[in-house]
Structure formats: structure tokens, C-alpha cells
Write a protein that binds this ligand. Structure first.
Ligand code: PLP
Length: 402
């Protein structure tokens, strides 16, 4: 890409730039306040004080006790700790049944698969509707005597759909079953009050809300039993051993505070941009659908399927124009797997392959949205002209597709 071409970054669900105010808050903890939080001398106490301040800041936002906040290495680790930790603890009393959805991030789905195939747990996957929403009544129907944990994500990373956590929590609470949510995509924009949501465990990751990569939080409600996955020192009250990463802990707290304080106004701005983007694309590109829920979706998330073409082709063409976007398909070494999220929502593979995710953020402007609306129709037209799935004269789908 030429130097002078502006980058239009529309991939904030993948990651976000670190806010300079967060960098500023973190910086002294690399070189000045470098102590080990476990040391008894004043350098250690400085580090430990900074960590406990960060824990309190996060606890205030989550509406929980500071000791219920556990620092981890990332969102993936928080998910792994919640699932495996609770599953192993519950198995001690014979509970070996887990409930989740087929649209979770791989940090959940691959952990569930391993618990099932290697550790003898049984997993129930709840159905989702065509918007990717779980019916809370299905949770009630899936619960058994031996259910150890329910895990349902807060907001989906591919299509932005937000789940009815409060409704699900009423059911899990009544049955006394721990309820975990992967809130990694929701951390920067949605309500994180754990009592209002009714969750017992919640995963967060700083790099999705303008904090650094490689630091996460697991909220774990008091009395929810789980095994630590890392054993060693007595860090994090013996729930996650390993010398604490103080600069990053300061960073995640600073980033969450900024996100929380600016949430209302930024959400309003993003929703207006998102809706213009969605409408513009649907109006100007034929044979296109919005994926995910039309209204109950993340403020920054617009996602589509374009019939007859592959999302990767769109991504490459957008990238040539300086636009960073993402597709729902995951490339594996040998083949191009259609997204498991799209499959669960009922999209056939040939349609799911044509998915595109555009996720806005702090730096996104009305001009960026206009640019994409102006250039996407031409890209899709060009790709359809050379698509083996469509008759290039009439644009009618070939028999294989329908
Ligand atoms: N869960 C969801 C929903 C995500 O979107 C992601 C990252 O994309 C993760 C978990 C993993 O978080 P991390 O990148 O911090 O490991």
C-alpha cells in the first residue's frame, strides 16, 4: 500500500489501538515502579498498591468485590480458566454436564471439545435462531441434575448479536448452576454490572477496548468453586499463579475506566455511523443480507453476506484501498472452513463464504463510512463478474448454488 494512502481501520472487533492515556498510565510501571508485587520491601509495596488500585477500579465498574477480580493473560485464558476450572471442581461431586452455544469463540468451543473428548464431560449445544440469539427457555430445557456450568457469550464477535443474559441468569440462578459469559467483545460498550447481568463468571480482554494485548480479567463470584489452571505461587489468592504483570494490570484498569466513562456518548456516535453503513451497503449492493440481529447488536458492528462471492476476495480488494476489514471465514491450512457461527445461524456454506465484518471504533468517521459505501458496490460487482457461482451475463446463480 502506498505511503500516502490513508488507513481506514474497520476491524475493531479484532483489536484496537492502545489509547495514549493508557500508555501514559502504564509507562512508569516498566522502569520506575518495577517491583514484584509479592516483595515485602517498598518497591514491592508500590507494585502491589498499583495492582490493588486497578482491581478496585475494575470492581467498581463490574459492581463486585475487588477480590472477585482475577487478572489473567488474555480473554482466552479467562475463558479456559472459567470452563476447565469450574468443570473440574464440579466433577468432584459427579457433575459432568456442560451447556453452551454453537456460536462461541474458539476459546470456548475448543475448550468444550477438549473437556468432552479427553475428560469425559458431556456438552449440550443450544440452538440459535437466524439472528444468532439463544432462547433462554432452551437453557431451562437443557439443564440436568448433573449440569456443572452454563456458558453463553455476551455479544458475538462475528455478527455482533447480543444475548439475553439476564433472562438466562434467572433460570441458572433458580437451579443454582454457575453461569459464565464471555464478555470479551462487550467489554468496551455494554453494561458490565455482574449483578444486573446475573452472571457468576465473566471474561474480559483489554485489547478489545483500547488497552494492551496480553492482559485479561476473569470475574468469579464469591463461592463459585473452580480449580486453578496454573499452579505455583500464591498469586491472585491461589487462583492464577505467576508474577503479576503490573504495567498491563494498570493498563487494563485505565482502559476499562475510559471506556466506561465515555460509553454513552461513544455508543450513540457509533450506532449512528453503523446504521448508516448498514443501510448504505444494503441499499447499494444487490443480493446482500445483514447478518446478526438488526437492533440487538454491538454499537460498532456491521456484518453482511454477499451472495455468489468469497469474503476473502472482498477483504483483499478493500485492503488495496486502505480499508482493514474481516471475514467470518477461518482459513485453515488445507481448506477454507465456513464460519461455525454462520452455519449455526442456518446459512449454507456457499453463502457463509461471502461474509464480511466491518467493526467501527474511536477513530472511525462519517467520511470513512462514505468511502466504504462508495467503493464496496464496485468491488462486489467485479468479484461477481468473475465468480464461478454466478452466470456472468444474467447474474443468476448457477444451479449448484441454489
Ligand atoms: N472471546 C471472544 C468473543 C473474542 O472475540 C476473543 C478475541 O477475539 C477472545 C475470546 C479471545 O481474547 P484474547 O484475544 O484476549 O485471547
Amino acid at each position: 500500500m502506498s505511503e500516502e494512502r490513508k488507513t481506514i481501520y474497520m476491524d475493531h472487533a479484532a483489536t484496537t489501538p492502545v489509547d495514549p492515556r493508557v500508555v501514559e498510565a502504564m509507562t512508569p510501571y516498566f522502569t520506575e515502579h518495577y517491583g514484584n508485587a509479592s516483595s515485602l520491601h517498598h518497591k514491592g509495596r508500590d507494585a502491589s498498591d498499583a495492582m490493588e488500585n486497578a482491581r478496585e477500579t475494575i470492581a467498581d465498574i463490574l459492581g463486585c468485590r475487588p477480590r472477585e477480580v482475577i487478572f489473567t493473560g488474555c480473554g482466552t485464558e479467562s475463558d479456559n480458566l472459567a470452563l476447565r476450572g469450574v468443570a473440574f471442581a464440579q466433577a468432584e461431586s459427579g457433575k459432568r454436564h456442560l451447556i453452551t452455544t454453537p456460536i462461541e469463540h474458539h476459546a470456548i468451543s475448543h475448550t468444550m471439545e477438549q473437556l468432552e473428548s479427553k475428560f469425559g464431560f458431556q456438552v449440550t449445544y443450544l440452538p440459535v435462531d437466524s439472528y444468532g440469539v439463544v432462547d433462554p427457555d432452551d437453557v431451562g430445557r437443557a439443564i440436568r441434575e448433573d449440569t456443572a456450568l452454563v456458558s453463553v457469550m455476551y455479544a458475538n464477535n462475528e455478527v455482533g448479536t447480543i444475548q439475553l443474559l439476564g433472562e438466562i441468569a434467572k433460570i441458572t440462578r433458580a437451579k443454582g448452576i454457575p453461569f459464565h459469559t464471555d464478555a470479551v467483545q462487550a467489554g468496551g460498550s455494554l453494561d458490565l454490572d455482574v449483578d444486573r447481568l446475573g452472571v457468576d463468571l465473566m471474561s474480559l480482554s483489554a485489547h478489545k477496548f483500547y488497552g494492551p494485548k496480553g492482559i485479561g480479567v476473569l470475574y468469579a463470584r464469591r463461592r463459585v468453586k473452580f480449580w486453578p489452571m496454573q499452579t505455583g505461587g500464591a498469586h491472585e489468592r491461589k487462583r492464577r499463579a505467576g508474577t503479576e504483570n503490573i504495567p498491563y494490570i494498570v493498563g487494563i484498569a485505565a482502559a476499562l475506566k475510559l471506556a466506561h466513562e465515555g460509553r454513552e456518548s461513544e455508543n450513540g456516535r457509533l450506532i449512528a455511523l453503523r446504521d448508516r453503513l448498514i443501510q448504505g451497503v444494503l441499499d447499494r449492493v444487490p443480493d446482500t443480507q445483514l447478518t446478526g440481529h438488526p437492533t440487538q447488536r454491538l454499537p460498532n458492528s456491521a456484518s453482511f453476506v454477499f451472495n455468489y462471492i468469497e469474503g476473502e476476495g472482498i477483504l483483499l480488494n478493500l485492503d488495496m484501498l486502505g480499508v482493514c476489514a474481516s471475514s467470518g471465514s477461518a482459513c485453515t491450512s488445507a481448506s477454507l472452513e465456513p464460519s461455525h457461527v454462520m452455519a449455526a445461524m442456518g446459512f449454507p456454506p456457499e453463502i457463509a463464504h461471502g461474509s464480511l465484518r466491518l467493526t467501527l471504533g474511536k477513530g472511525s468517521t462519517a467520511e470513512d463510512v462514505t468511502f466504504v459505501i462508495d467503493h464496496l458496490p464496485g468491488i462486489v460487482r467485479k468479484l461477481r463478474e468473475i465468480s464461478p457461482l454466478v452466470d456472468s451475463e444474467s447474474y443468476a446463480p448457477l444451479a449448484a448454488v441454489v
